[in-house]
Design a protein around this ligand. Sequence first.
Ligand code: ING
Length: 316
Amino acid sequence: MSGLKRPFPLAVAQLGPISLADSRAAVVKRLIALLREAHARGAKFVVFPELALTTFFPRYWMSEEEAVERFFERSMPGPETKPLFDLAAEFKIGFYLGYAELTPDGRRFNTAIMTDENAKIVGRYRKIHLPGHSHHIETAPFQHLEKKFFDVGNEGFNVWTTQGVRMGMCICNDRRWAETYRVMALQSAEIVVLGYNTPSVNIHWPEAPHLRMSSHLISMQGNAYGNALWVAAAAKCGSEDGFHMIGGSAIVSPTGEITALAQTEADELIFANIDLAIGETFREHVFNFAKHRRPEHYGLIVERTGAGAPLGKKPD
Ligand code: ING
């Protein structure tokens, strides 16, 4: 008799580099190979990376029009991605897929969708925390132009129930912000799934490369623990036309422990038959929000955007 009380077989499909020269069709073939491996492992859900269909194009200066032309999807699924949806439906596997979304009325989002076991889209998330800048930084070895190419997500952080699991989504930089997880945990999320593209080099100050990996992992470990969540994160990584991004795809437990971690910077599937009952235990005791939280003292979190003056309450 397995010790797992509420098992859910979960896979994270890490992608190695995608070059500017790679077609969407070639990338979808790689996604399908990873989906087949997930199926062989018995997974019920697979997490693919952020902007999983193309190279991480926000590193390049170009006009919004050129970016839209070359890197955005007008429909999901589209002709190139339909084979992935069809095979997922055959395998009865749900998935998270990140891509650049062009809406019919011309808005641009860094988006992820979640499908159920019949490849029906049940959730959509548009990235809220857009890092980087919108102007050209002459001195930088590459750009990080998410604020130029994408609008801020307009649909908030949501949680959907799929295959009996309450699952939320976020994207990349969102994983560094405590609010991301708390808003979903307050909607009773059990798992947060996300994709990311994280450059190894910091263009703003000479940050030691190892810190890119540690901040990536502690952001998820700390917030998984603090919100009694499973967190599953899929990297697109390795050197894309000479621009390196970290790997470190991981499945993180509500205990804060890393349950599975990628070993390479290439296409690689990691897998864990996670026990959702672990989160239930932490939500019952340590992080029983209803019992222990005191929102009357948290006002600044939503009243202020940037840091301001201390409240300086005088003892009466
Ligand atoms: N990439 C990076 C990320 O948040 C970054 C950008 C790296 C911001 C490190 C701050 C520190 O992982 C994306 N795409 O958000």
